[in-house]
Write a protein that binds this ligand. Structure first.
Ligand code: NDP
Ligand code: HSE
Length: 429
């Protein structure tokens, strides 16, 4: 057992960082035994130095994160500041100073993961980020290491807890979007500005990271098709219920059937109540991974929160410290397949389309013809009349997204179609 401690710089001490510091202190003996050397919190960089931070020696607090990284004795940096800058510059500075990095920063990794991986590799250091996707759930390391001998073809998951909480409330109570969002905010799930969650940016960042790992290629945030869930209505849930479905905000990553390309997307979708993801309630996350040899695997657990996220950060810290003692590094970026990311138009799936139409002879035939002209096959049609108007719900067979978009565009132009009330993809069948 080495007695000289491995020194850790904690960059950020908020929701996640404060829990990292607490667990490092309370579990110090266990961490020492598991690593084979003591780990010492050598400095904590924050923005507001005067804030009282329970359990942290005030002498460790600094506002100069760069100086902390450059002082010459730090072995590992834990970046839990979030956002692009100064996190990106600080991680780069860490590598330039021989320091391996744990980060929970999905936004940064989705945007600049390739450059950060390259910097880590150039300096012979580790970059670990288990906490960046689905909080406490071990997912990045199982996909990167445990499944390294298999071929992942599809990943489908709920990777944002806030939106799952909102959708679950809408489903279970009949609440509208705003009412459910207000409850999520009051309970501390949704932030004051919920845009990153409800518009799908947070899930899209996680999708980009997972797609890169799953398919050994590079997928950037901009490559991920994204639709938020703010338009999902109580009527959509009622319609989903009639089909034996619920609605989830899903991240779906697929390898094309010919293996020559991949797709990555985030959007709300109906899934059957019998699908395992349908039973993921409240703010939990779950990810379904389909691999050629392993078959279907499901990873489930808390996707956010201080302590759960700190658990993933500390797992990475232990792994990096073990690597350091063994004078080795863990797996770096694996992007050798260089598969292109296809546009959303190429995605093939099923659709649930709700139309408001005139209730008169020939309308149904006109609508059906429009679907046929665009090569979209109808599975079921349900019509409900009300005072000369009717609501028409069409569920299609599998069709390319581009064909469906063309259909909807043509439907909107029909005099008899008063409006397209909602379009939702149907997944998981
Ligand atoms: P917080 O906003 O709670 O904490 C951010 C911390 O960074 C604060 O301690 C803040 O200092 C510090 N900070 C901000 N700017 C600077 C700066 N320029 N220099 C030094 N320190 C700075 O964020 P979270 O803990 O919630 O999130 C941290 C990371 O973890 C993010 O990347 C997030 O996406 C990720 N994450 C978070 C999860 C969660 O449930 N919260 C779940 C999974 C991932 P001060 O305390 O003085 O304000
Ligand atoms: N805002 C994110 C969520 C936090 O709701 O899942 C975890 O990344």
């Amino acid at each position: 057992m080495r007695t000289r401690p491995l020194k850790v710089a904690l960059l950020g001490c908020g929701v996640v960082g404060s829990e990292v510091a607490r667990i490092m202190t309370t579990h110090a003996d266990d961490l020492t035994a598991r690593i084979g050397a003591p780990v010492e919190l050598a400095g904590v960089a924050v923005r507001r130095p005067s804030k009282v931070r329970e359990g942290i020696d005030p002498a460790l607090i600094t506002t100069d994160a760069t100086a902390l990284l450059k002082r010459g004795d730090i072995d590992v940096a834990i970046e839990v500041i979030g956002g692009i800058e100064p996190a990106r510059t600080l991680i780069t500075t860490a590598f330039e100073n021989g320091i391996s990095v744990v980060s929970a920063n999905k936004a940064l990794l989705a945007q600049d993961g390739a450059a950060l991986h390259a910097a880590a590799e150039t300096h012979g250091l580790d970059l670990y980020y288990e906490a960046a996707v689905a909080g406490a759930i071990p997912l990045v390391r199982p996909m990167r290491e445990s499944l390294a001998g298999d071929k992942i073809n599809r990943v489908m998951g709920i990777v944002n807890g806030t939106t799952n909480f909102i959708l679950d409330k809408m489903d279970s109570t009949g609440a509208g979007y705003q009412e459910a969002l207000d409850e999520a905010t009051a309970l501390g799930y949704a932030e004051a500005d919920p845009t990153a969650d409800v518009e799908g940016y947070d899930a899209a960042a996680k999708a980009a990271i997972l797609a890169g790992i799953a398919f050994h290629t590079r997928v950037r945030l901009d490559d991920v098709y994204r639709e938020g869930m703010t338009e999902v209505s109580a009527a959509d849930f009622a319609s989903a219920k009639r089909m034996g479905c619920t609605i989830k905000l899903l991240a779906i990553l697929e390898r094309a059937a010919d293996g020559e390309s991949v797709t990555a997307r985030v959007h709300p979708a109906m899934i059957p109540l019998t699908h395992p993801l349908a039973s993921v309630r409240e703010a939990y996350n779950a990810v379904f991974v389909e691999a050629e040899a392993a078959g279907r695997l499901m990873f489930y657990g808390p996707g956010a929160g201080g302590a759960p996220t700190a658990s993933a950060v500390l797992g990475d810290l232990v792994a990096i410290c073990r690597n350091k003692l063994a004078e080795a590094t863990g797996p770096g970026e694996s992007a050798y397949t260089q598969l292109p990311v296809s546009p959303m138009g190429d995605v093939v799936t099923r659709y649930h389309i709700s139309l408001d139409v005139a209730d008169k002879p020939g309308v149904l035939a006109q609508v059906a013809t429009t679907f046929a002209e665009h090569g979209v096959s109808i599975d079921t049609v349900r019509q409900q009349g009300k005072d000369g108007e009717a609501s028409l719900v069409v569920v299609t067979h599998r069709a390319p997204d581009a064909a469906l978009s063309g259909t909807v565009e043509a439907l909107r132009k029909l005099d008899t179609v008063r409006g397209v009330a909602s379009i939702m993809r149907v997944e998981g069948e």
